[in-house]
Design a protein around this ligand. Structure first.
Ligand code: SF4
Length: 213
């Protein structure tokens, strides 16, 4: 089925509102930290933690200078806090050493930083600098496959599929809306197909799978 991406985006907006990231941040560094903390944690919980954290840590140097145990304690409610604290400190160090203390605006360069990876690099550069970005998380993998916008499970291949088939100005909006859709409607176990506005664009539904749930 040929897909009309503009129409799919319009319907997703009708369901979920404007494309948005649900992590709170006011500058690129805050988005980096919030993104690291969001691994295996809800955005809601991350936002609760960062509300205090961002008052205490304002610069890369604040994260570098903080004793590891102190940072671990400050981010503990987000889970996996030892690894996350280590990651944040490593990333802060690399940003100072390799990027003049700035969060880079180049997805490929940033993705190569240990602890970042392509998904986070796309999200951070895309949202912090308003660049076209394809943000492939678990929701994107599942929902894009269901709709039929990819047949791949590998995030890098999916990113390439979207870059190839979707007009660049739509990449970020599509990513953010698909993530919201996966979170609130096209859920892993029970997708809410009956009330989904994109069902007529969706291979999962047209293949009859939405009916059997
Ligand atoms: S019809 Fe069902 S499977 Fe397809 S996008 Fe909507 S919720 Fe997901």
């Amino acid at each position: 089925m040929k897909k009309d991406i503009g129409s799919i985006i319009g319907k997703l907006k009708d369901m979920h509102g404007q494309p948005r990231c649900e992590l709170n941040f006011s500058n690129p560094l805050e988005l980096v930290v919030a993104t690291v903390l969001s691994a295996q944690c809800t955005d809601e919980r991350v936002n609760k933690v960062t509300e205090q954290l961002f008052k205490r840590y304002r610069t890369l140097q604040d994260y570098i200078d903080a004793p590891a145990e102190r940072l671990e304690e400050d981010i503990r409610p987000t889970g996996f806090y030892r690894n996350k604290a280590k990651n944040i400190k490593n990333i802060a160090g690399e940003l100072v050493q390799r990027f003049n203390g700035k969060v880079p605006d180049d997805i490929d360069a940033f993705a190569a930083v240990k602890g970042i990876g392509r998904k986070s690099a796309n999200m951070i550069v895309g949202l912090a600098y308003n660049r076209p970005a394809v943000i492939v998380d678990t929701h994107m993998i599942r929902v894009l496959n269901r709709i039929g916008l990819t047949k791949n499970e590998d995030p890098e291949k999916i990113e390439q599929d979207i870059r190839r088939t979707v007009p660049e100005p739509m990449w970020t909006a599509l990513s953010l809306l698909i993530i919201l859709h996966g979170r609130y409607a096209c859920k892993a176990k029970k997708p809410e197909c009956a009330k989904c506005l994109v069902k007529n664009d969706c291979d999962y539904w047209s293949g009859g799978k939405g009916n059997v749930r």
